[in-house]
Design a protein around this ligand. Structure first.
Ligand SMILES: [Zn+2]
Length: 359
């Protein structure tokens, strides 16, 4: 055990492991990129962590990291436990929801309630909100015909699956958090397991689409996770994946305080190139980067909160006026930068396909 690992072990109450090669490309060449990382998002995990950047594929990874026997300690008091957020109360909450649903019903031909048809006309005036809504279907669109099967890996409380069901998909989920899985089941979502590997050969080639929202950065072996998805997809099947982007403006501004890092739960972090490369390596084709989600504002606000030493996801106290102001300025600048170069967005979102022909 190295001295460094030993230091960390004194603060992390469970087992640790060294990561001697890149979890993505197995290259051993790396440089230290950030140190002194703490869990400023949820305050759930003790310890101080370091990140290394692979000189081969540029992926960034935690080293050392909690081992498989202790990683659960990082997930106590973590947000997938929570039930789906209750409907926003009050009259203005109802109006907002009804206008948004009116727009959704127009864009996706759904029948969500409550709904105001005028939302279909009004919402486009709020460009950022409308753009966010148009991305909500993860590029899936309506299911074509009946019986189309969709799997959401790390589905949490099933919020997305309930929405996909409105689009005509037969929805299934994988969720490791038993409390979150129970909430999803309560909404009639079928949870097929807690890990992709539990799905035996009978499930091979049975899904038309698989989605992974902020999951790939949590797993020990991302390439294996993508290969499992490939195995479960029908030939020609669709994969959608979103993860924090280390080429983002937020990573540059906030460094160790960037909300996307979330040590020690995020074990590997990607950019556009390393995510594309990983998908290719797992056997996918037709890889395409989707338009970026406009999330700079919430990500920057949370990062600014972490920088103030707060537990960002749990502290609802408003940020000091000057911090709020500078964060808004940074958000506007980031939006302008991302318009010119989508590779600088806070999240990278990609789609890919399992090839039609057997390999
Ligand atoms: Zn690498």
């Amino acid at each position: 055990m190295t001295a460094e690992l030993h230091d960390r072990a004194q603060q992390w109450p469970g087992g640790l492991e060294e990561v001697q090669r890149c979890p993505i490309c197995a290259d051993t060449r790396r440089e230290r990129t950030l140190g002194d990382l703490r869990d400023g998002s949820f305050g759930a995990a003790p310890g101080i962590w370091r990140l290394k950047r692979c000189l081969g594929c540029r992926a960034i990874y935690l080293d050392p990291r909690p081992d498989a026997s202790s990683i659960h300690l990082a997930y106590r008091d973590y947000y997938t436990h929570a039930p789906a957020p209750a409907d926003v109360g009050g009259v203005s909450g109802w109006w907002k929801k009804a206008l948004s649903n009116g727009y959704r019903n127009r864009v996706f031909a759904t029948h969500l309630r409550p709904s105001l048809a005028v939302g279909g006309v009004v919402m486009p005036l709020f460009a950022a909100r409308a753009a966010r809504i148009r991305l909500e279907d993860r590029g899936l669109g309506r299911a074509q015909g009946t019986g189309q099967r969709m799997l959401d890996v790390g589905c949490g409380n099933g919020q997305f699956l309930r929405w996909a069901r409105q689009l005509g998909w037969n929805c299934y989920g994988i969720e490791v958090d038993a409390a979150a899985a129970a909430v999803a089941r309560g909404h009639g979502i079928e949870i097929v397991g807690s890990d992709l590997r539990e799905l035996g050969q009978a499930h091979d080639r049975t899904f038309d689409a698989i989605t992974l929202s902020h999951v790939i950065e949590h797993v020990y072996d991302p390439i294996d996770t993508l290969r499992q998805c490939w195995r479960l997809l029908k030939p020609g099947g669709y994969l959608w994946i979103q993860t924090p982007n280390t080429d983002s403006v937020g990573y540059e501004i906030y460094g160790a305080d960037w909300r996307g890092l979330e040590a020690p739960r995020h074990l590997v972090l990607f950019n556009l190139a390393s995510l594309s490369w990983s998908l290719e390596r797992a056997g996918f084709e037709g890889i395409r980067i989707l338009p970026p989600a406009d999330v700079a504002e919430p990500v920057f606000m949370l990062s600014a909160s972490i920088r103030l030493g707060r537990i960002a996801e749990k502290d609802a106290t408003p940020l000091p006026q000057d911090v709020r102001e500078s964060t808004r300025v940074a958000t506007r600048q980031a939006r302008a930068l991302v318009r010119r170069n989508p590779g600088r967005s806070e999240f990278v979102t990609a789609i890919a396909y399992r090839p039609e022909l057997a390999r």
